[in-house]
Design a binder for this molecule. Sequence first.
Ligand code: SF4
Length: 375
Amino acid sequence: MIDAMTDASIASMSQAVVPPAVVGRAGSADASVGTDDVILDVRDLKTHFPVRRGVFSRVEGWVKAVDGVSFSIRRGRTLGLVGESGCGKTTVGRTILRLIEPTAGSVQFAGIDLLAQGRRQMRSLRRRIQIIFQDPVGSLNPRMTVGSIVGEALGVHKIAYGAERRRRVAELLTRCGLSPSHMGRYPHEFSGGQRQRIGIARALALNPDLIVCDEPVSALDVSIQSQILNLLRDLQREMGLSYLFIAHNLAVVEHFSDDVAVMYLGRIVEKAAAEEIYKNPKHPYTQALLAAIPEPDPSRRKALVTLKGEVPSPINPPKGCHFHPRCPLAIERCRQEVPTLIERAGCAAGHVSACHRSDEMRPSTFVEWVGNAGK
Ligand code: SF4
């Protein structure tokens, strides 16, 4: 019975695919991975949704889900995009794929202006940009067999039919730690981790350059998360894939990303190479996210410092710095003036943050301020 096959057994079955070692940083693990070419360049991207009310559906306001986001991803590298629920990170991923139409900005993929493409061109470009969804249950059609789900795109794009299509699906399933014998089964017969492997096999079917990973492990058990992250990292090494890896937790992207961007209420508030941002966070929000990561080693365990309050509504965001109602370091200037995302003193090149008090920030500043406020 397929139900009896757990993710652990699958992992052992696919030792060649998923090494038992702890996940390592994708970019630094293999110097030959990737070049400095930029595969994706996003500039000042805005996605605003109208708020309509009344009988005539008059536009009464705008939800600024994404409000001027810029970043780039190099070939064969990973950018981790992190923030709490409602910060706009998923909207960024879907806007890049044009599953949602942007309001303004530019998205260059391998030098092609994605926002200038018509429907047909966009459809053909989607062969090269794929997505892995957060919910491995909801993203797989329960009425389709695994073979049809993984092989569907091969038929739609007129790439392979019949025996050739089955051969390629079998290859993809094996590559993702599943068995070709799973082809005739249905999604409900698999565990959460196995379903996510099916989702990954589907994303790989068209041999893409870039994959938007939209919280691909957040619905999975912690033990299964590392297996899926290992699989994604190995695929990246072998196929030279680039990832936009969306997560709500900085711990998930720490060993997986080359660069990290932190989002709050539709904007990037800090961005740097992964090592730099964990060592030298300059924005109170980044520090708050880091302070909320539990320490697995009991001898180093510390009291968790959690951020109070919720992400405010993007319909009516706070004036000045959007983070000021929740920031223990807020001063009058923060309530009036929007901070600019710029390089700060004492930071590595390319490390930018948007905070009026970034220059005063040491890695422990947020924790100290919250601790002092509680005394
Ligand atoms: Fe806090 Fe002010 Fe910095 Fe915003 S600008 S994060 S409110 S200190």
